[in-house]
Design a protein around this ligand. Sequence first.
Ligand code: SF4
Length: 299
Amino acid sequence: MAHAEQVKKMTELVAKFVGYTGKVLPDDVIAKLEELRREEDDPMAKVIYDTMFRNQQLAKDLDRPSCQDTGVIQFWVKCGTKFPLIDELEALLKEAVVKATFDTPLRHNSVETFDEYNTGKNVGKGTPTIWFDPVPKSDSCELYTYMAGGGCTLPGHAMVLMPGEGYEGVAKFVLERMTSYGLNACPPLLVGVGVATSVETAALLSKKALLRPIGSHNPNERAAKMEKLLEDAINAIGLGPQGMGGKASVLGVHIENSARHPSTIGVAVNVGCWSHRRGHIIFDKDLNYTVLSHKGVSL
Ligand code: SF4
């Protein structure tokens, strides 16, 4: 296939995949919502979970986004340095978002800051958001896609704690956000926590934590224990589905961390809502693809 045709093909595939993830939630999110529905006793909460499943079915049947807020599109790209389209990737992803905006369709969510106008295409200065991680010697390209909705983005927060505040300080920071803003973010929530040196390193890790499959754990056993403790603590608030009260508040708590400066604890929290529209797809050098987030999908 000629190079230009390859660019066109990948643009179309990414556009279709982004559109698809706006309509169909990933398998792990559906499985977790089903589990929470089974374990719920509160009659109102049960009705709300059932409405969420009906909403998902209607989105599929009517071929429409599962929530009106299709967010700002974000990509985390782990791109092999030998992937044939590496040079075109950034422009291609932007073009795919424009295409998905009109084909899906997606709500127009890119407003130029300071100039205050909506571009109408979901692209603008720095949008879609793209984070690149190069993968040496590889010729494949792994993409995580995410729709960052307004409500679920609002609880996001980052700060640098004094080292003496310790892990108790991290827990307090997360719980303060959950008790003040969690209600508005369409629970049950996926809570991503980043722990690192500074605000930007912690913030990026907290977003990457949201892209991990639900049920996965931090490989460090102390961090994994903290994920469980935070999950229990946030569930104890009893936000329930859509914040109307119930047994669970969260789909899960994921912590991602790096080593850090001894004098600081950078911490950040990022939140995904029940309509957690995350996609995960891998392309090989010939653009054969494997979708990991949604079983049995062909684009
Ligand atoms: S928080 Fe999620 S479900 Fe609620 S309006 Fe925003 S994108 Fe939709």
